[in-house]
Design a protein around this ligand. Structure first.
Ligand code: MF3
Ligand code: CO
Length: 262
């Protein structure tokens, strides 16, 4: 239950693990297109992680069978890669990836478009990503956990979207899930006080329709109850005075996407 504050040396190791996640997601960004299976994406990710001297942190975690989570359209999180799941034009896919290197975990997620996606769904992705950065504005010393969640919730609900309640962000470090929990909803000024050296994953899961989710019969895949689309972005950050230090890096991913010819 205690929150582990990280030394600067530990933060640099965490940064390395999290940057490797971002680089892995950038590798996947190169190959995401209609026709590729999520199984294939998983194999590419696992090989890239191992080639970089790390282990896939998700594999075997509570029995999870793969190196990434691939959640398409109405799937919120924890979709299991499969040879039978083939990406098609107009899909969105959240890819969540974890690494373990030098004793520290990297954990970050990004939602990608497959081919041509409607403007309505693109807006969901834009707002969800922006809400992550709204939350990060409050991930500073002296603010509280509830300030982060409140910022995310306010930003998304203003657009008519809803926030998933059952799944939350978390502390990250030597373990993937450390204290504290980091909900994407909440009240300003409530919850644990943030201190410099805390390292947390903030990961808004935002639905276009209602907030309710159900777990599929595979025991992992969370999907929206109303089958409307859901988006998910996740950064690992270090709490600092004034401004958070973001350990994962979407720029690496977005450089690939900008230069991509579909
Ligand atoms: N980012 C996810 C989380 O924080 C990753 C867990 S997936 C699992 O819960 F497969 F490893 F459980
Ligand atoms: Co996470």
């Amino acid at each position: 239950m205690s929150i582990y504050l990280k030394t600067n040396e530990e933060v640099e190791l965490l940064r390395e693990s999290n940057l490797l996640v971002s680089k892995t997601l950038a590798e996947l960004a190169k190959v995401i297109k209609p026709g590729i299976s999520t199984f294939c994406l998983d194999k590419i990710a696992e090989e890239f992680i191992r080639d970089n001297g790390a282990l896939p942190a998700f594999k075997g975690y509570n029995g999870y069978p793969a190196s990434i989570c691939t959640s398409i359209n109405e799937q919120v999180v924890h979709g299991i890669p499969s040879e039978d799941v083939i990406l098609k034009d107009g899909d969105i896919i959240s890819i969540d990836c974890g690494t373990y290197k030098n004793g520290f975990v990297g954990d970050s997620a990004y939602t990608f478009c497959v081919g041509n996606v409607t403007e309505e769904i693109k807006q969901l992705l834009k707002v969800t990503k922006e809400s992550l950065y709204e939350g990060i504005k409050y991930a500073v010393e002296g603010k509280r956990i509830g300030d982060i969640g409140n910022a995310i919730q306010t930003y998304c609900e203003r657009e008519g979207y809803s926030v998933v309640r059952e799944m939350v962000g978390h502390g990250v470090g030597r373990k993937m899930h450390e204290s504290p929990e980091v909900p994407n909803y909440g009240k300003r000024g409530m919850g644990k006080m943030l201190k410099s050296g805390m390292t947390i994953c903030i990961e808004p899961m935002i639905n276009m329709g209602g907030k309710d989710i159900v777990i599929e019969s595979d025991g992992w895949t969370a999907r929206t109850k109303d089958y409307k689309c859901s988006a998910h972005f996740e950064h690992a950050v270090v709490i600092r005075k004034g401004v958070a230090d973001i350990l994962s890096d979407f720029d690496i991913i977005e450089k690939v996407l900008e230069n991509k010819i579909i």
